[in-house]
Design a protein around this ligand. Structure first.
Ligand SMILES: [Zn+2]
Length: 91
């Protein structure tokens, strides 16, 4: 037990949380620590700029919308869409 990485496998990656509001796709960036990121993608918990590329989609409809963006927009080309739930910082 010389090495102990605290929660490294649980920490996850920086992600967007995708959902639809009033028919519009909304992407909320989150830091890997669970903190929501601001417009500058800056996490004031980690004191770092983050660059999320994984997109967690709350359901199939959102997933299809995000995948379409990934296919059609160069801005989204590096993104990866997957089904997933928003992580909460509350326990
Ligand atoms: Zn953070």
């Amino acid at each position: 037990m010389s090495e102990q990485k605290k929660g490294s496998s649980m920490a996850g990656l920086d992600t967007y949380y995708a959902y639809v509001e009033d028919g519009e796709l909304v992407l909320e960036p989150y830091c890997s620590c669970g903190n929501p990121l601001d417009d500058m993608y800056y996490c004031d918990v980690c004191k770092r700029h983050r660059h999320p590329t994984d997109v967690l989609c709350e359901d199939d409809g959102v997933l299809r919308m995000v995948e379409k963006y990934i296919r059609t927009s160069s801005k989204f080309r590096t993104f990866k869409a997957m089904l997933g739930k928003r992580r909460t910082t509350e326990s």
